[in-house]
Design a protein around this ligand. Structure first.
Ligand SMILES: [Zn+2]
Length: 268
């Protein structure tokens, strides 16, 4: 995950990549709406959930349509889901952030795909409290292709990453069931971390789990402080794990550098 030095031609990529991110984000919205319902993400064409009218091109321009229509359906005036522009904007912003982090190289595409899958997984988990298998498969297939092309992590890193991510949560889930007598980790969380492990390799997967656990602890604490009776509230782990993975993609390198330099007395 070595960062590239700032290159002069990055500025020319910012706007096109942001637009691409908005467009992909609009497809991710379709995935979030349809995958948990077991519906095809390709057909039928997008339509209003309230009045069923097919939406034309002017209704489907990411973010802009939402703003111009003031967040309402053109035909029946029922409110549109504000999650739509949110997902589009976050996808575009993440793509641009990845461009600054990695420059225009293979890793931009690799982590762009990972980030997109994590967005689908997180929002689906928040809305449905479930991480559907097809969403995870959406991440596994490109990882395989990249590994095959020799542009992702090597085969050993990918496999140990998947085993570390999946295995760690599997064991956690087992302990939480055994000791706390409650379902801790869902199968979806385990598959999500196994998939992410393919991209990260085992070291960075462990680091992602550390980030996610810290976030989970903070979220649990915030929930308890907000409502003391709400101790049994279910926290969806998908978004926490996803944020942990993204933190590692962006900052993992710096954290490992810092750690080796200051605590192991190594490095330059
Ligand atoms: Zn409508």
């Amino acid at each position: 995950m070595t960062p590239v030095v700032y290159s002069r031609w990055i500025p020319g990529f910012i706007l096109p990549l942001f637009m691409l991110g908005l467009t992909v984000g609009s497809f991710l919205n379709v995935c979030i709406d349809r995958i948990p319902r077991n519906r095809s993400v390709v057909t039928p064409r997008s339509h209003c959930e309230s009045c069923g009218r097919s939406l034309g091109l002017p209704d489907l321009i990411p973010v802009f349509s939402f703003l111009i229509l003031k967040g309402r359906c053109r035909y029946c005036q029922s409110p549109l889901n504000p999650r739509m522009p949110f997902v589009e904007l976050i996808t575009g912003s993440l793509y641009v952030a990845l461009l600054f982090r990695f420059g225009a190289q293979w890793r931009l595409l690799l982590y762009g795909i990972l980030a997109s899958v994590l967005i689908v997984v997180s929002i689906t988990d928040l809305e449905w409290m479930v991480i559907p298998d097809p969403a995870v498969v959406l991440g596994v297939c490109p990882a395989m292709i990249f590994i095959f092309l020799g542009q992702g992590p090597n085969v050993f890193d990918a496999l140990t990453g998947a085993l570390t991510g999946g295995g760690f949560l599997l064991i956690m889930g087992f302990f939480s069931k055994w000791i706390l007598k409650k379902e801790g980790m869902g199968g979806g969380d385990i598959k999500l971390m196994a998939m992410s492990g393919l991209y990260l390799g085992w070291r960075y997967t462990l680091l992602a789990l550390v980030f996610a656990s810290a976030l989970g602890g903070a979220a649990a604490l915030a929930l308890v402080l907000k409502d003391r009776k709400n101790l049994q509230a279910e926290i969806p782990f998908g978004p926490l794990l996803s944020i942990g993975v993204l933190c590692v993609v962006f900052f993992g390198n710096s954290v490992v550098d810092f750690y080796t330099r200051h605590f192991l007395g190594m490095g330059s």
